[in-house]
Write a protein that binds this ligand. Structure first.
Ligand code: ATP
Ligand code: MG
Length: 490
């Protein structure tokens, strides 16, 4: 066995052994080493030992111990002075589980074998015994994890249904490992997941979110969603996606809404640097379709699905405790994903207004990415059609133009001095009315012109100013054939 363990890790193991404790490497890094994957510098090393948390802390004063499950995090400096985190966990067996989530109590175990038998999957239940040079002395693998690694199989340690009933997070971990490692879930394990799927409702949103992120950030994100559906877990994560199953669309669409959505995620995942926001927006962009579907003699319509969909996506992501930044990004992409664009028909000011609504240029990139993924997920995909390329050119062309009141060549204080008004909402109304004009004519963003216009605008009532704020994207939306109803206007 040629595996060489980094010096710093070896030092930690040696220190424990010198104090007469046992210490083994376990967990994800061992699994990956045995798969022939070199560990990444940022990998979390897991170590298991018969030393208690207090004993571990005595040996490593710089460590911290913050959970009650017997894990102490030892921090060591790597060669390049980067912190390396090593999680040292005391051998344990888990006591009774009554809530399908956490053991009622953690019992420390005496032997490595007991410890390995409480781990979730055979591929995660292998321990490496290393010598003081970091060479592997022995592989302790009582559950034949190496065979499963070789055959690419996810299998629970012990009776699957019992293991899933102990801790329902394992349901999702099974799918996550299958997707990320490109392994298959063994039949009995798979059947047990289906049986126990409902128990996922016992798991906190944050823990579900973290594994869900790993699934959709992987190159096999789309397979991951299909697997969540096949195992019955999707119902307890994003049931709204399942409304798209058998939700048929008019040609040229050939797929139902669910398949189209997952395919859009697949296309997004194949793009370079597709962020979490882009992947989530691709997956959820049509989430509003089933609830807005209408069948007429000529065609099937989904008017306003982007508004309903954006709101549904926001609810879903809030429920899963995503950050506000992620939620807002996804919301804006979805609500704007139907923007109409045709060469020569859409003005520069319309593009500026779209940039403004998206909240800046970086979000525009994400919007374009989702639009491309959406297109590629239909049966008539063109890589990057001429129109979209032209749209990108237009974005670039207007990119330096002001789209925010802070970019005006006049500010609130100057407005107050000029018009002799007190701080208050009217200052904002005037600035926004000015911005609406500058969106149409950026060349007028000059202090003298703005001052003159501000004096003229001051004649208007608050209500009239409000209506001037910015014209609601007529150029972009009115020409959109899909857009005959008004409730999308916000
Ligand atoms: P990665 O770090 O790539 O996510 P990992 O296998 O190291 O994968 P961790 O969550 O870091 O996963 O857990 C380390 C080890 O602890 C696992 O390999 C497994 O042996 C054990 N483990 C983690 N979570 C559970 C669980 N819910 N039930 C049983 N054992 C678990
Ligand atoms: Mg790990």
């Amino acid at each position: 066995m040629k595996i060489k363990i980094p010096e710093k890790i070896t030092e930690v193991v040696n220190a424990l052994k010198q104090a007469n404790f046992e210490a083994y490497l376990v967990g994800g890094v061992v699994r990956d080493l045995l798969r022939g994957m070199p560990p990444e510098p940022l990998d979390n090393w897991d170590l298991t030992t018969n030393a208690t948390p207090e004993q571990i802390q005595k040996i490593f004063p710089e460590s911290f111990y913050e959970n009650k499950f017997g894990t102490v995090t030892v921090v060591v400096k790597n060669k390049n002075d980067k912190n390396l985190l090593i999680e040292a966990t005391t051998y344990r067996i888990e006591g009774k589980y009554s809530d399908k989530r956490r053991p009622d109590e953690v019992k420390f175990a005496k032997t490595i074998f007991e410890d390995l038998s409480r781990r979730d999957f055979t591929i995660n239940a292998i321990a490496l015994d290393i010598d003081n040079q970091g060479k592997v002395k022995k592989i302790i693998d009582p559950h034949n994890g190496q065979v499963d690694i070789k055959n690419k199989i996810i299998r629970t340690v012990g009776e699957p249904i019992e293991r899933f009933n102990e801790d329902a997070l394992r349901l999702l971990r099974a799918v996550r490992f299958a997707v990320v490692l490109n392994f298959k879930i063994e039949k009995k394990t798979f059947e047990a997941i289906k049986k126990a799927a409902f128990n996922l409702t016992k798991i906190s949103a944050e823990r579900i979110r973290d594994d869900f992120i790993k699934i959709i950030m992987s190159p096999r994100a789309a397979e991951g969603i299909f697997l969540l559906e096949d195992t019955g877990l999707l119902e307890y994560i994003i049931p709204e996606l399942r409304e798209g199953i058998n939700c048929i669309q008019s040609p040229p669409h050939r797929y139902d809404v669910f398949k189209h959505s997952v395919l859009a995620l697949k296309k997004a995942s194949e793009m370079e640097n597709a962020t979490l926001v882009v992947r989530l927006a691709a997956l959820l962009h049509d989430i509003g379709k089933p609830r807005t579907k209408k069948v007429t003699p000529e065609r099937i319509t989904f008017y306003g699905h982007q508004v309903i969909g954006a709101e549904m996506a926001r609810d879903i992501l809030r429920r899963l405790k995503f950050s506000n930044e992620v939620i807002e990004g996804v919301y804006k992409i979805i609500i704007n994903h139907m923007f109409f664009y045709d060469v020569g028909k859409v003005t520069e000011s319309a593009v500026r207004r779209l940039i403004m609504k998206m909240g800046g240029l970086s979000r525009m990139k994400d919007l374009v990415a989702v639009r491309i993924a959406d297109r590629k997920a239909t049966p008539v995909p063109k890589e990057k059609p001429y129109k979209l390329r032209h749209f990108e050119y237009m974005i670039e062309k207007v990119s330096a133009d002001p789209i925010h009141v802070t970019q005006l060549d006049i500010n609130g204080n100057e407005i107050m001095d000029l018009l002799k008004i007190q701080p208050g909402p009217r200052v904002g109304l005037i600035l926004n009315a000015l911005l609406a004009e500058i969106l149409d004519n950026p060349q007028n963003n000059k202090k003298e012109i703005l001052k003159r216009r501000a004096i003229e605008l001051h004649q208007l009532s608050d209500e009239q100013l409000k209506q001037r704020r910015y014209r609601i994207d007529r150029e972009i939306y009115e020409r959109d054939q899909h857009f005959k109803e008004k409730h999308w206007i916000k």
